[in-house]
Design a protein around this ligand. Structure first.
Ligand code: GLN
Length: 554
């Protein structure tokens, strides 16, 4: 593109968790719809090298990319909205920046100089941002800074962005500040003061925003738009109200209606290459708003108190439900509760069961019990990574009759390690980045449920695990009815298992949820939702619910 790469920087003000990531993702879609190659990068101020080793309670889901990078869950929003596969360079943490600079210092690269935040840390940040257009060929790069303006940790990132505006010029950079307008119940008013303060904070470090996205739970009137514009020194048309919606995929349509796409292009000196075509997204949103019969999907996990820990699974269920013409009600069940005899009524009310990924032994017996219940009562079941391993353990214990079958992750000395490390993995001590990560091919075995679902001979799916199906048990488990419907091309690794004598019981060693897109639901999830819908239909008169379940952009 003539004039080089354009950069859009997104910062957050007032409070976190108001939808900065979704705003970035939706704006990316607006620009893609106008014909530009777009990429989105997240700068995370924490000191961990990546979120791979962080507890889901702290950080929500770890989202895995094609290239195996373990990233922030916002990258999941980005990919679902812009439908572009992102790269490892799209998630940068303070930990990565410092470990790189300190590594250079130890090698003597700085020739005795004093290493400082400015310029050494900020230079490294700028260099990481510059990698995005080089690696992804993006013409417009959106950069989201994690956290809220005023946090100590994000200061070096903001300083680097300030420098980039000075380096590249106003016509090549644009600042968007996403804030929150609190509502005062007593007077029924929306307040702009916190927004004014956070813009002042931003200005004190040398950044004047070009656009303010004003998030709110209530409609934002024209008067308020003008007031924010005046006090924060941006044009009134650059104040973009974004009212909370219960349909996540409506956000791009809302930003489009407010004119954000045209405003941004104008400020960057660009012209749309074609008119946006929103018909598919409009259909999607209309479908979400339509009454559909409910199916209940039990999600049996370990971090169910924090729904963000299963963000991509929840979205994949939603995409597949739309495709199957049903409304999915997710029952969040704690696997450790099932062990104590709690939650079984809910499990029994479910039309489908998902056991998602996970690590460590807590709650594992509850998951095995859920798999057993699904198999014996012919309830549709989808196992994701750990959920596949659980399905194999359950099968070995109760169909083959090897009571002590287990994964060596949970019982090192089990006499029947049906799930185990590969020989070459033994002896790896580090916890960070030592798993089978990212895309690997999976060949579908003809005439299986998986092959019929995919309608393709070979697929690529994203992985994140250490343990594998133990081939010692391949024959014996097959002779009892376990079907291997997906294998690595050399047939060494079992990628998908399923049961023939069951409406839908299938587990994948990979994480299909990372590749589900709103307009392209994942076939394995569609299979589950269809089977669950059939079960719901035959069980009783279909339950109806009102419109879509609430979802606030995170
Ligand atoms: N803990 C299992 C393993 O490491 C499963 C991992 C997962 O579910 N992502 O193999």
């Amino acid at each position: 593109m003539a004039g080089g790469t354009k950069y859009i920087f997104l910062t957050g003000g007032v409070v976190s968790s108001v939808g900065k990531g979704v705003t970035a993702a939706a704006l990316g879609r607006l620009l893609r719809e106008r014909g530009f190659a777009v990429s989105i990068q997240k700068l995370d101020p924490y000191i961990n090298v990546d979120p791979g080793t962080m507890s889901p309670y702290q950080h929500g889901e770890v989202y895995v990319l094609d290239d195996g990078a373990e990233t922030d869950l916002d990258l999941g929003h980005y990919e679902r909205f812009i439908d572009v596969s992102l790269s490892r360079v799209c998630n940068v943490t303070t930990g990565q920046i410092y470990s790189e600079v300190i590594g250079q210092e130890r090698r003597g690269d700085f020739l005795g100089g004093t290493i400082q935040v400015i310029p050494h840390i900020t230079n490294e940040i700028k260099q990481r941002i510059g990698l995005v257009p080089r690696e992804t060929q993006a013409e417009i790069v959106l950069v989201e800074v994690g956290g809220t303006v005023g946090d100590i940790e994000s200061l070096p990132f903001l300083e680097a962005l300030r420098q980039m505006r000075a380096d590249l010029g106003r016509e090549n950079t644009l600042f968007i500040h996403v804030t929150w307008l609190p509502h005062i119940g007593a007077t029924g008013e929306l307040k702009t003061k916190p927004t004014q303060h956070s813009v002042r904070e931003l200005r004190s470090i040398g950044i004047q925003p070009d656009v303010i996205v004003a998030r709110s739970d209530h409609p934002v009137g024209e008067d308020l738009r003008e007031k924010i514009g005046l006090f924060c020194d941006v044009e009134a048309r650059a104040v973009i109200p974004l009212v909370t919606t219960n349909v996540l995929y409506e956000v791009p349509l809302m930003l489009e209606r407010e004119g954000l796409g045209e405003f941004v292009l104008g400020r960057l000196g660009l012209e749309a290459r074609h008119r946006p075509d929103w018909s598919e997204w409009e259909r999607l949103v209309a479908a979400e708003r339509t009454r559909r019969p409910t199916v209940r999907i039990a999600l049996v996990g370990k971090y169910v108190e924090l729904k963000d820990a299963y963000m991509s699974v929840r979205e994949a269920v939603r995409h597949a439900a739309l495709h199957a013409g049903v409304e999915a009600e997710i029952l969040w069940l704690h696997s450790a509760d099932l062990e104590k005899g709690k939650g079984w009524k809910e499990l029994e009310s479910a039309d489908g069961v998902i056991v998602p990924g996970g690590f460590g032994s807590r709650g594992i017996e509850g998951k095995i019990a859920a798999a057993r219940y699904s198999r014996e009562h012919k309830v549709p079941y989808l196992g994701l990574c750990l959920g596949m391993q659980v399905m194999v353990i359950e099968f070995a214990r109760h169909v083959l009759g090897s009571e002590d079958a287990n994964s060596t992750e949970f019982d090192r000395s089990t006499p029947h390690p049906v799930i185990d490390l590969l020989p070459e993995q033994r002896g790896i001590g580090n916890m960070g980045g030592t798993m089978r990560l990212g895309l690997y091919p999976c060949r579908l075995v003809p005439d299986t449920r998986a092959a019929r679902a995919y309608e393709e001979p070979e697929v690529q799916e994203r992985h994140r695990h250490r343990f594998e199906f133990n081939n010692t048990y391949r024959e014996i488990l097959a002779s009892h009815g376990l079907v291997y419907s997906g294998l690595s091309p050399d047939s060494r690794l079992v990628e998908i298992v399923e049961l023939a004598d069951h409406p839908y019981m299938l587990g994948s060693q990979f994480h299909p949820e990372f590749l589900s897109r709103p307009t392209r639901p994942h076939p394995l999830f569609v299979g589950l939702l269809q089977a669950a819908a059939n079960r719901a239909k035959t069980k009783e008169a279909p339950r109806q619910v009102a419109v879509a379940s609430p979802s606030v952009p995170s």
